[in-house]
Design a protein around this ligand. Structure first.
Ligand code: BDP
Length: 581
């Protein structure tokens, strides 16, 4: 699905602003900002902890000058399910909270008329959604205390009340989290574009269209000079001695394919870069690439998970400040604006589906696979042309060791699907949790092994010497597997400002010592292709005995102030980048 564009043939009317909102149909309408999560917009536990439906409403007028055009609404993300009503009539239902969808308005509303737009949002999560949630009071870090009569009765009551908690460790921010736009194109239009670049300068492409017209393509360099042309909807054009798209600290050079089809036109940017794996090396443009950068969340005060371009810019500038070159979109697809920014800034992305919370044995009986496959395909369709995206992640920390064959049978077809569906055939991974690695069949089978480990934190807590001993033992086991491996999460909760000369858990000194200890183990191993600390910044989670105002494993606080560990990584990563230059 193409990203909305306003140009000589297409228009966009951004519907961002203050809409009307209510949590229950019998309530009066209140005011709400769009786009943003609703949860933190009012100091009211009913907003914060709501589980169920909620309603958004706004009005807009379709300009008369759009007569004769194809007119549609484009929702970038409504979390998690959306039912869209146009002038009181149901126009669309969309399942899934982090990917875009369009609602065709032709036949539903006339140019020149005012439209009433209502969106019914469902934020409930359960065994048939991605991410996974639980009905009742058992959260990610909650304690079950099974067998205690009174606690069991309490849990039953919570179930009756409809308490709905995440099976994952981030707050279930909900609502219209990303922009809603009224868009138009000519009636005959460019439906999709696929670009597959090669370092030789040969660029394979496909333009999909609807209606009648001729396709023409001009390929522009960064100075908007034409460097190639094509006149058929599918084929290969050639750029002589192309500038490559290189991750930071290289130059992330971007070209633009300016496509016309009848009256329609569209500009698609792309980078010339290749990605492949060779033994223990992950290669970008045939050079070994070392992933170093913290994983992220879309999370901030006020906005929750809502799009905030200033925050995204600030974060990417902090990545530059750190000398970081990558992040993973833990644990769901991010807003499209972030990928466009990373294309420009040379920050590499590991792009993840919202498959998180799949740690129960029963998971493999829930038959999520068809829906999961659909989401994976939509993610690839959305992000396929971004040079910054170099790996697909099928999901985060599922149960893969307890029922290793079932896990294999679930995940392997998704792995194959990602390869078959991605025109650029990027490497594929599934992020593994700390588990009985000797039993695991699927994680070691991925193109590149992403493994999350918390030696010294969740286990062997605080004893860093023993943590290093244990981690080294595990690394010995992986050493002869012949695959590149990325430590895709490791970290320690740290309260900013808590200091201790003898480093103990939760102090800033401990976080630094923890990273120094684990990094020393990584530095000895040639098959380690990267380190991705958990997390870039502190972030909000649901309440629980393990979380003091959220997850505190950030290198930065939630308002982006560096902890000591941020300074430590800054030194380490800039030194690494100097050597790689
Ligand atoms: C990992 C999860 C991540 C958590 C992290 C933690 O992948 O979502 O936030 O642990 O516990 O298991 O901090």
């Amino acid at each position: 699905m193409l990203y909305p564009q306003s140009n000589a043939s297409r228009t966009i009317q951004d519907l961002s602003g203050i809409w009307s909102f209510r949590l229950r149909q019998e309530d009066a309408w209140e005011s709400i900002a769009v786009p943003a999560s609703y949860n933190d917009q009012k100091p009211d536990p009913a907003y914060r902890n709501h589980a169920g439906l909620s309603w958004y409403r706004t009005t807009f007028t379709i300009p008369s000058l759009l007569r004769g055009q194809r007119i549609f609404l484009r929702f970038d993300a409504v979390t998690h399910n959306a039912r869209v009503m146009i002038n009181g009539k149901e126009a669309a239902f969309h399942r899934g909270g982090y990917l875009p969808f369009e609602v065709d308005l032709n036949g539903l509303a006339e140019p020149g008329s005012m439209v009433c737009l209502e969106v019914e949002v469902d934020n409930r999560i359960n065994h048939s959604t991605l991410p996974i949630g639980t009905e009742g009071g058992t959260a990610f870090f909650g304690s079950d205390n099974p067998g205690i009569t009174a606690v069991e009765a309490g849990k039953r009551l919570q179930q009756e009340k409809g308490i709905n908690l995440p099976a994952f460790d981030f707050f279930n921010y909900a609502g219209i989290n990303r922009p809603v736009r009224l868009c138009s194109t000519p009636k005959s239009y460019i439906r999709d574009i696929t670009i597959v670049p090669h370092m030789s300068g040969d660029i394979d492409y496909t333009v999909e269209t609807s209606g009648t017209g001729n396709v023409h393509i001009d390929v522009l360099d960064a100075n908007r000079q034409c460097v190639a042309k094509a006149d058929v909807p599918q084929g290969t054009f050639h750029i002589d001695q192309p500038h490559l798209w290189e991750p930071w600290p290289g130059i992330p050079y971007l070209y633009t394919a300016r496509i016309t089809f009848g009256e329609d036109c569209f500009e698609q940017s792309f980078g010339v870069r290749e990605v492949r794996i060779d033994g223990i090396h992950f290669l970008i443009n045939e050079k070994p690439f070392h992933f170093h950068g913290p994983c992220k969340h879309e999370d901030s005060p006020f906005h929750g998970r809502g799009l905030d371009q200033c925050l995204n810019m600030t974060d990417i500038n902090l990545y530059h400040w750190l000398g970081a070159n990558c992040f993973r979109t833990s644990h769901y697809p991010y807003a499209e604006e972030m990928y466009a920014l990373c294309d420009r800034e040379g920050i590499v992305i590991v792009d993840e589906t919202p498959a998180v919370g799949m740690w129960a044995d029963e998971h493999y009986g829930w038959d999520l696979a068809p829906y999961h496959a659909e989401i994976l395909k939509s993610l690839i369709d959305r992000d396929k042309n971004h040079p910054c995206v170099v790996v697909w992640s099928l999901g985060n920390e599922p149960n893969t060791d307890q029922l290793p064959d079932k896990a294999y049978d679930y995940w392997h077809p998704l792995y194959e699907l990602a390869h078959a569906h991605d025109p650029q055939n990027r490497p594929v991974t599934l992020v593994g949790c700390q588990n009985i690695y000797e039993r695991d069949k699927i994680i070691p089978d991925m193109d590149i092994v992403f493994f999350n480990r918390y030696y010294g934190w969740y286990n062997l807590s605080g004893d860093l010497e023993t943590a290093a001993y244990a981690f080294r033992m595990e690394l010995d086991w992986w050493a002869d597997k012949g695959k590149p491996m990325v430590l895709s999460e490791y970290g320690a909760d740290t309260i900013a400002g808590l200091h201790n000369a003898a480093p103990d858990m939760f102090s800033e000194e401990f976080q630094v010592e923890y990273y120094k200890t684990i990094n020393a183990c990584l530095d000895e191993r040639p098959f380690i292709a990267g380190e991705m600390p958990w997390n870039f910044a502190d972030f909000s989670t649901c309440q629980g005995p393990m979380r003091v105002g959220g997850n505190r494993k950030g290198l930065f606080t939630r308002d982006r102030r560096p902890k000591m560990a941020a300074h430590y990584f800054r030194e380490r990563w800039h030194t690494m980048a100097e050597k790689e230059r």
